[in-house]
Write a protein that binds this ligand. Structure first.
Ligand SMILES: [Zn+2]
Ligand SMILES: [Zn+2]
Length: 321
């Protein structure tokens, strides 16, 4: 019966934070090389017609700009109201685009010094908007490639400052709090401690940050960047920490670029809300989710992807890039 393990079609792994199970299809696992982007959906907008190339950068590497089609706009009143049993409020907030000057050069190709300048602006805009009226949460994210929902090829990130805490972060906060209540320590610190000990999922590390393929990866080749020291608030990063973070983020993105041949991806930050609550048990981090599979019925219905590569194999592959 020694063949049993090889025949096992899949493995379920539980995410420590959400307690959700993910599916790792070990039996029909694919070789890492086969995940490489085959052909990118062409973006035919040349830099001549690009709306971002028309903006004034005045020699700067990166600028912020209000989104021309904002999902949230500033206002003096949330106008909270009811319609039958349902609650409504106005979409009060800020929607900004953070744009790097070069039409073609993506973050994966930046030096870590250049990535640091982008992080500086993320933090600066965050600090500016977190104190605005009604703002409870600020989401910073980046879509790369049409397959990842990016409508403009010119590299850009988005910052949404909104009057509610988004449900994905809410479940992460609740999970961290529940773990803290039952175990008396931070769930992320616990995971980081284990990763440093087990070493099988570390793609890269420096003095202050850890880049891993998470044990219960949501998608194939998911990459996360964690501060090694417990810190709930992204915006509190010091100059020195930002240098180490920029180095870690650059390595993560660059390894995905090389290994998966410029995959489409989304990255986003998970950080404590700015609604005045106590989030001392939370631990901020960056999630990078490459798009290597097309989600079909099961994935959309269940909200999980069947990862066709084990995080340990993905790690080995990315480490070498
Ligand atoms: Zn452009
Ligand atoms: Zn922690």
């Amino acid at each position: 019966m020694t063949k049993d393990k090889e025949k096992s079609p899949s493995e379920l792994r539980m995410d420590l934070v959400s307690n959700d199970w993910v599916v790792i299809a070990t039996g029909r696992a694919r070789r890492p090389e086969t995940f490489a982007q085959q052909e990118r959906i062409k973006d035919d907008v040349s830099s001549r017609k690009c709306p971002f190339c028309k903006l004034k950068f005045s020699g700067k590497l990166v600028i912020s700009h209000p989104n021309d089609f904002p999902a949230f706009t500033p206002a003096d009143d949330l106008n909270e109201r009811k319609q039958g049993p349902n609650r409504i409020m106005n979409g009060v907030g800020y929607h900004e685009v953070i744009i790097t000057a070069d039409h073609k050069k993506q973050i994966a190709h930046f030096s870590s010094g250049e990535v640091k300048i982008v992080i500086d602006l993320y933090q600066k805009r965050y600090l500016e908007l977190m104190n605005k009226k009604f703002i409870k949460y600020i989401s910073i994210f980046h879509n790369h490639g049409r397959e990842a929902g990016s409508s403009i090829a010119h590299p850009h990130s988005q910052l949404l400052a909104i009057p509610v805490v988004d449900p994905d972060l809410r479940s992460s906060l609740d999970g961290a709090e529940a773990f803290y209540r039952s175990q008396g320590k931070c769930v992320y610190c616990t995971m980081i401690e284990w990763e440093l000990q087990d070493k099988k999922r570390i793609i890269y590390e420096n003095e202050k940050f850890l880049v891993v393929c998470p044990f219960a990866a949501q998608v194939s080749f998911e990459v996360r960047v964690y501060p090694k020291e417990h810190q709930p608030y992204f915006e509190k990063m010091t100059e020195e920490e930002k240098e180490f973070f920029a180095d870690a983020m650059q390595k993560g993105l660059n390894k995905l670029y090389k290994g998966l041949k410029d995959p489409a991806y989304n990255f986003y930050f998970h950080t404590a809300p700015c609604d005045g609550g106590n989030y001392d048990q939370y631990h901020w981090h960056l999630n990078i989710l490459p798009k290597t599979n097309i989600w079909a019925g099961f994935e959309l219905g269940a909200g999980i992807e069947i990862s066709t590569i084990e995080p340990e194999k993905a790690t080995e592959f990315l480490r070498e890039q």
